[in-house]
Design a protein around this ligand. Structure first.
Ligand code: SF4
Ligand code: SF4
Length: 454
């Protein structure tokens, strides 16, 4: 199975319960942002800019747990900002697991190894030595770190830690192979750290997914190579979504500069071109999401946005209408469901109800539509069941042949050019963490394309 049976049953049970009750709108995944602080400053990141005045604010632990209970989503994606900076992240993960929900910790990967060392320290006994030795042999921990794991005192043992369970995934943000990824996150070495963290997580028995946003400047071929590489590393699944630009200035820029929208933005047509092979990727790799959403991405059908099914809760409250756009924040999930005029958003039969939605095909707006049977076509349920229950694709056997470390590479300054390019691009951005505004990234990738050696 692509997704563990207990988790599939949890989600299916949730949908069936609400269908039987005829609940018109309900949550499938909660995007929980306990804070917006981040250790990185990715090009075009909307979160650290949109919430720049509240970067120091955090949602108290109890409020986070209440939000999950309030919306009753069976899955909670803890994102941010960088959620591993949240001081009570261990208690948060633990609390949501205790509520019986599936947890995704969406991270840029930089603190994962530290959190896994805390876990090792909390369970250390001599029986753990073979595993420690393997981590040392593969240079995933240093001698000094192994020593402090061995010498961990009662405090470390009593601490709440993030431990491996089939109900939790590390969801690591990866936007390409080394060159592209480090460029986008604006720091050399981040891709390497993510790879090392993923290797360590797999040795320790954690479930790991990767989370990729495809931009205008991202080659589809590179995405496929990236899947091969991470599948070979034993990653359990991949989430993939198109980035897009809904910037309100689009029309003005087009008008003033007399440029075609496709010169600037990832349009629906471009998204469909980039995702032309998404169904093949779904057969070859463990791509999370429904085959119906994949058909939508490949341009084979239309779907209606169901943004209310993936609500976002953060320091300002329930963000509406969706993860990407902010027209307001509400105190309660049900209040948001009642107050927002959902019929004013999305694209129906190719027509945008809101011009900002025109080119949006993102996962958080449309993947639930595939699972909930919006725009149902005969055979959809069977397709979804077959996809989830069929055998999980085997790890890609020749992933070691992928030139994943294609940066100049670490420590050799391959980002110098990128930094200069960044300084000359606009800093106005309304996109979201890991998705949304594509303009800065696209600019950057275009400026550096000729130097890229993929
Ligand atoms: S995209 Fe995510 S990792 Fe990057 S700066 Fe924004 S919050 Fe941090
Ligand atoms: S179509 Fe996209 S931008 Fe518009 S409301 Fe839905 S998810 Fe948000």
């Amino acid at each position: 199975m692509r997704f563990p049976l207990a988790l599939t049953a949890k989600i299916a049970g949730h949908i069936i319960k609400h269908k039987l009750r005829r609940t018109p709108k309900f949550a499938m995944v909660l995007q929980l942002e306990p804070l917006h602080t981040c250790n990185l400053t990715c090009t075009g990141c909307g979160r650290i800019r949109e919430y720049s005045t509240s970067l120091k604010d955090m949602v108290p632990l109890e409020k986070c747990l209440e939000a999950a209970q309030e919306c009753e989503a069976p899955m909670v994606s803890i994102c941010g900002g960088e959620p591993l900076i949240y001081p009570k992240i261990e208690e948060l993960v633990d609390g949501i697991l205790r509520q019986g929900r599936i947890v995704y910790v969406c991270t840029n990967g930089m603190f994962m190894r530290k959190k896994m060392r805390d876990y090792l320290a909390s369970i250390y006994s001599p029986a753990l030595e073979p595993k420690l030795q393997r981590l040392l042999d593969e240079k995933l921990i240093a001698d000094k770190e192994a020593e402090s794991i061995r010498k961990a005192g009662d405090d470390a043992r009593a601490r709440t830690v993030i431990r491996p369970t089939s109900w939790m995934y590390w969801n690591v943000h990866i936007d390409g192979l080394e060159y592209t990824h480090d460029l986008i996150v604006e720091r050399e070495g981040v891709f390497k750290e993510c790879v090392e963290a993923i290797k360590m997580a797999k040795i320790l028995g954690y479930q790991v997914a990767t989370n990729t946003t495809v931009y205008k400047g991202t080659e589809a071929q590179e995405i496929e190579e990236m899947f091969k590489y991470f599948s070979w590393l034993g990653v359990d699944g991949h989430t993939i979504s198109p980035g897009y630009d809904y910037d309100a200035a689009k029309k003005d820029m087009v008008k003033r500069l007399a440029k075609k929208p496709e010169d600037f933005f990832l349009t629906r047509r471009m998204t469909r071109e980039k995702f032309a092979r998404v169904q093949d990727w779904g057969r070859l790799f463990t791509i999370f999401g429904t085959p119906v959403y994949q058909e939508f991405l490949a341009g084979k059908r239309e779907l209606t946005c169901t943004a209310w099914a993936i609500p976002t809760y953060n320091v300002k409250g329930w963000k509406a209408p969706c993860y990407l756009m902010t027209d307001g924040h509400y105190a309660g999930y049900h209040e948001m469901l009642r107050e927002v005029k959902w019929e004013n958003y999305g694209v129906v039969d190719g027509k945008a109800r809101d011009s900002r939605c025109e080119n949006c095909m993102v996962h958080c707006g449309y993947d639930p539509s595939g699972a909930l049977g919006t725009n149902y076509q005969r055979g959809d349920n069977w397709k979804n069941i077959k996809y989830n229950f069929s055998a999980r694709p085997k790890p890609y056997a020749r992933g070691h042949e992928v030139k994943a470390f294609n940066g100049a590479s670490i420590g050799k300054g391959h980002l110098a050019e990128a930094k200069a390019a960044i300084n000359s691009t606009t800093t106005n951005s309304n996109g979201a963490c890991g998705s949304g505004d594509t303009r800065q990234r696209d600019d950057l990738l275009a400026k550096l394309a000729d130097k890229k050696e993929v």
